[in-house]
Write a protein that binds this ligand. Structure first.
Ligand code: 5MM
Length: 340
């Protein structure tokens, strides 16, 4: 394994307070998001929407990498320019989601394990040839009565580590995403306890599978009360719980932690990331960044509505959210940014 290009890619992704844009929704997820705002669900509308994103002027000033889906990495602009080329010219490194989805975990009702290891070595080398320089795999952990089980945590952590080792062998930086879901009535403390246990198991497996920590990215959830928990918390409490949990579980050799947004509103996700950097930045061993999908894209998607006439307004909204999150990386985001 040649470590230098991996370390260089991991560094470039987050230079100048940039972060990642997750635009890797599988067709099912993308169609669901389109249906919710009345956009027809076809290959052409998915292509047109992704063209809107990759042609957004100035996006590369705040986005260092974009995570694509298998359909998207092979698509082109109407003019014939491949999306990968457009991203590279905008200064954005192309990435690719390589898991094949979370499936029911046998013997564990209500729990899932992410699949996609079969044939992964060959798929990774194809994605490298297509221009990807980093990859992503998401494991999903639910909190509920008696769950998560050790079986679920261990199966997902081992798959994440095997994926990460294969990525590094292929010259791709692995983004390791163990997502503890927000859904449920659990408390902030319960989310913290589960997130810490999951992260510790993930790093134990990454170590066992000989993954080079300097050449990977962690994409965790923020530590939050469940979405149905009556006791919601202020941004400072969430910042403290999240950073303290990460400090206990994430080795200092990891270059960056890039959060998923998980269904938080765009503004809350920015404000919480900002609070973490404001309160802790000088004391952290890793960059605290973002790898949001909904918290960057949702306002743009709602404005676009599938119409050419709305492309420019949607692109402005996309750029705005990317800039807000870039500001949050240095504790410079404020509610006033939303008014301008
Ligand atoms: C958790 O989802 C990831 C981050 O998105 P949010 O910031 O919206 O939480 C995202 O990369 C995710 O993996 C895709 O959007 C959805 O992927 P699937 O495979 O479910 O279509």
């Amino acid at each position: 394994m040649n470590s230098r290009p991996l370390i260089e890619t991991a560094t470039r992704l987050f230079a100048n307070n940039k972060g990642l844009l997750a635009m890797d929704e599988s067709n099912g997820t993308c169609n669901k998001r389109f249906a919710a705002v009345g956009i027809p669900q076809t290959e052409e509308t998915r292509r047109a929407y992704r063209e809107l994103i990759v042609t957004t002027q100035g996006l590369g000033e705040s986005i260092g990498g974009a995570i694509l889906y298998d359909e998207t990495i092979r698509q082109q602009e109407r003019s014939g320019t491949p999306f990968v080329k457009a991203l590279i010219e905008a200064g954005i490194i192309p990435g690719i989601k390589v898991d094949t989805g979370a499936k029911e975990l046998a013997g564990h009702p209500g729990e899932k394990v992410t699949e996609g290891l079969d044939g992964l070595r060959d798929r990774l080398s194809e994605y490298y040839r297509l221009g990807a320089r980093f990859a992503k795999w998401r494991a999903v952990i639910a909190i509920g009565k008696g769950i998560p089980s050790r079986g679920c945590i261990e199966a997902n952590a081992q798959a994440l580590a095997r994926y990460a080792a294969l990525c590094q062998e292929a010259g791709l930086v692995p983004v390791v995403e163990p997502e503890v879901l927000m859904e449920g009535g659990h408390s902030l403390e319960r989310c913290s306890e589960v997130t810490e246990e999951v992260l510790q198991q993930v790093f134990c497996e990454l170590y066992t599978q000989r993954v080079m920590l300097e050449g990977m990215i962690l994409k965790p959830n923020m530590v939050l009360p469940g979405s149905a928990c009556p006791n919601q918390k202020a941004g400072e409490e969430i910042a403290d719980a999240t950073v303290n949990c990460l400090l206990r579980a994430v080795p200092a050799a990891v270059p960056a932690v890039a959060f998923l947004s998980g269904g938080q509103s765009a503004e809350l996700a920015s404000a919480r990331l900002n609070a973490m950097n404001l309160r802790f930045k000088s004391r952290l061993p890793w960059a605290l960044a973002f790898s949001f999908a909904r918290a960057i894209q949702q306002p743009a998607l709602e404005l676009w509505k599938g119409l050419d006439a709305n492309v420019s307004a949607a692109q402005s909204a996309l750029c705005h959210r990317a800039r807000c999150n870039q500001a949050a990386r240095s504790g410079q985001y404020s509610a006033a940014m939303e008014k301008n």
